[in-house]
Design a protein around this ligand. Structure first.
Ligand code: CUA
Length: 315
């Protein structure tokens, strides 16, 4: 049983900043409410029927300056809040730090599947080390879900067909609830999980005690052959397709002149929507595999291609 809390625990490196912005906004809005409410009461008493106070029109010049003054003041106040929040939280939270632990997350009606780089997988739970940035690569297998961990102050919608990224650094060992915060069908309210934050050495021990699972990249290599990918992308292929060794993370020139970086999203798109980005110098002959793969298979294939990054020379 989770004990009732008025405010969620703060267990990530970013939580204090998010809370500062939250309380800052509460204080500013509280002050505005207080001023407006006080004025309403004061005016209601002062100008009630029968009192002998002046009710003549104020001078038009003074009221114009007053209008401009308070409009500018509120504008500046809100721009200030906006840039504070944008600079402190949003911009800083966008790029995951290099060396973050990459974990795959698949959301589906109605469960969370998580997988560690070594292939260890979990259902409705995720064990992570404290004091290490963790980068989630999230996919949905059916409808829109949303990954929400109040204790880390992170929430991200997972849209089918997209690779959604989220990163955080947990600071305090403990167990924190994970919610789906986008209505996704009958059992949405039961799409829950536990995020277990462990001291780094405990995490290492936990990981070693897990059933090894299939190494994601190994499983991906099997699929790669099974699905016939190797027939075109393999070393001795007769069909000319772009080589995949050393591809991951590199810039790729496309036939329409654009240059894109071969990241997770690009590799997924190339498997599902091969006509979208044609590599310069190649024919658009690859069929789409969207009807033959589920999210788990895709994750494995992408992990395999990611693992080829270390191989510098193409086949
Ligand atoms: Cu998944 Cu709501």
């Amino acid at each position: 049983m989770n004990e009732f809390r008025f405010f969620p625990q703060a267990a990530s490196s970013d939580a204090p900043q998010t809370d500062a912005i939250y309380f800052g906004l509460v204080i500013v809005s509280g002050a505005v409410v207080l001023v407006v409410a006080t004025l309403i009461v004061v005016f209601a008493i002062r100008y009630r029927r029968g009192t002998r106070v002046g009710r003549g029109a104020a001078s038009s010049l003074a009221s114009r300056e007053f209008e401009i003054g308070w409009t500018l003041a509120t504008l500046l106040a809100f721009l200030g809040i906006f840039s504070w929040a944008a600079a402190q939280d949003f911009v800083q939270l966008r790029p995951p730090p290099p060396g973050a632990l990459a974990i795959d997350v698949v959301a589906k009606q109605w469960m969370w599947k998580t997988q560690h780089p070594g292939g260890q997988s979990e259902i409705n739970s995720l064990h992570i080390p404290a004091h290490q940035p963790v980068r989630l690569l999230m996919h949905s297998q059916d409808v829109i879900h949303s990954f929400f961990v109040p204790a880390f102050r992170v929430k991200k919608d997972i849209v089918p067909g997209h690779t959604e990224e989220l990163w955080f650094e947990a600071t305090t060992p403990g167990t924190y609830p994970l919610f789906c915060s986008e209505y996704c069908g009958t059992d949405h309210a039961r799409m829950l999980g536990d995020i277990v934050v462990m001291a780094p050495q405990d995490y290492g021990r936990w990981l070693a005690g897990q059933p090894q699972g299939d190494d994601l990249a190994k499983a991906g290599e099997g699929l790669f052959r099974e699905l016939g990918c190797s027939g075109c992308h393999g070393e001795n292929a007769r069909v000319r397709a772009p080589p995949l060794a050393g591809l991951f993370g590199r810039p790729v020139p496309l036939s329409d002149g654009r240059i894109v970086v071969a990241d997770e999203a690009y590799i997924r798109d190339s498997i599902l929507l091969p006509k979208k980005d044609i590599v310069a110098g190649y024919e658009a002959i690859m069929p789409s595999f969207s009807s033959r793969l589920d999210e788990g298979d895709l994750t494995k294939l992408v992990a395999y291609i990611r693992s080829l990054a270390a191989q510098g020379a193409g086949p």
